[in-house]
Write a protein that binds this ligand. Structure first.
Ligand SMILES: [Zn+2]
Length: 252
C-alpha cells in the first residue's frame, strides 16, 4: 500500500489538474452512516419521493421528521483525518476541486471553500425554498419544527426543503456539468469511498480516463470502474489520504 500512496503523491506533486471524488466511505469515519447501505438511514425509514413531498403535506411532515434525526447526527459529526488531508492538499494547491456525492457538508467544515466543492446530491446542512430558491439555515428550520410547525414554508409561501436531491428529484444540472468538465479535463482523478454505483457518479472516472487521466480508486469494496483504475487501494479512506498528504509534504 505504501508504494501506491507514494505513487499517488508523486503525481499530485506534478501540480496538474487534480480532482478528488468522494462518496459515503470518506464520512463513515466521522460516524456518519452510509445512508444507502444496510443499517443506514433509509433502512430505518421509508424514503419520501420528491413528487409526494411537493404534493402532500403528510409526506412533507414525514420528510422533515426524518431530516430532524439526520441533522442532529450531522451537528455532532466532525471532519475526520481523510477530510482534513483533502483540505490541506487543496490549500497547498495540489487539488483543484472536490466532487462529492455526500450531503454532510464535511468538506466545507474541513475548510475547503464552497466554490471548490461540487455537491452532486446537494447538502442537508442548507434549507431551500422550492418556490423562490432562498437559502436558510438548519437552525432556523429546527426552531420552526420545535415550535410545532411540522412542515415549514417560506415567507413567499413556497415549501421549504432540506437542500438535498430527493428520490425522484432531478439532479442539479449545473453541478453535474461542472463535475463532468472537471473530470474530462483533469490529469489525476482520485475516487475516495464511493462504490460508483449511482449515476452520474459512475461515469466521472470514465470521463477522466477518456482524457488519459491517471485514475486512483480508494474504496473498501469493488467498483464497476476497478478495471479502468491505474491504482486500486482497498483500505479505509482516512489513513490512506493522510498517508498521501504526509508523502506530499515530505517531498515539498
Ligand atoms: Zn420562498
Amino acid at each position: 500500500m505504501q508504494e501506491k500512496i507514494i505513487e499517488t503523491a508523486e503525481i499530485l506533486l506534478k501540480k496538474g489538474s487534480n480532482v478528488i471524488f468522494t462518496g459515503a466511505g470518506i464520512s463513515t469515519e466521522s460516524g456518519i452512516p452510509d445512508y444507502r447501505s444496510q443499517g443506514g438511514l433509509w433502512d430505518k425509514y421509508q424514503p419520501v419521493y420528491f413528487d409526494d413531498f411537493m404534493s402532500r403535506e403528510d409526506a412533507r411532515i414525514e420528510y422533515w421528521q426524518q431530516w430532524k434525526g439526520l441533522d442532529q447526527a450531522l451537528n455532532q459529526a466532525e471532519p475526520n483525518m481523510g477530510h482534513l488531508a483533502v483540505a490541506e492538499l487543496y490549500h497547498l494547491g495540489y487539488v483543484q476541486a472536490v466532487i462529492t456525492q455526500n450531503i454532510d457538508g464535511m468538506h466545507q467544515a474541513s475548510g475547503i471553500p464552497e466554490n471548490a466543492v461540487i455537491e452532486l446530491h446537494g447538502n442537508a446542512r442548507r434549507i431551500r425554498c422550492m418556490r423562490c430558491s432562498a437559502i436558510s439555515t438548519t437552525a432556523a428550520a429546527q426552531k420552526r419544527l420545535a415550535s410545532g410547525d411540522a412542515a415549514p414554508c417560506c415567507d413567499c409561501g413556497g415549501y421549504l426543503k432540506p437542500d438535498t436531491v430527493s428520490f425522484g428529484q432531478s439532479m442539479p444540472m449545473e453541478k453535474v456539468r461542472l463535475a463532468m468538465t472537471l473530470s474530462e479535463q483533469c490529469d489525476l482523478f482520485i475516487v475516495v469511498g464511493s462504490t460508483l454505483l449511482v449515476q452520474p457518479a459512475a461515469h466521472m472516472p470514465i470521463y477522466a480516463k477518456q482524457n488519459n487521466a491517471f485514475l486512483v480508486i480508494i474504496n473498501l469494496s469493488d467498483t464497476p470502474c476497478d478495471d479502468a483504475a491505474d491504482l486500486l487501494i482497498r483500505e479505509k479512506a482516512g489513513g490512506v489520504l493522510d498517508g498521501i498528504l504526509k508523502a506530499v509534504k515530505t517531498k515539498l
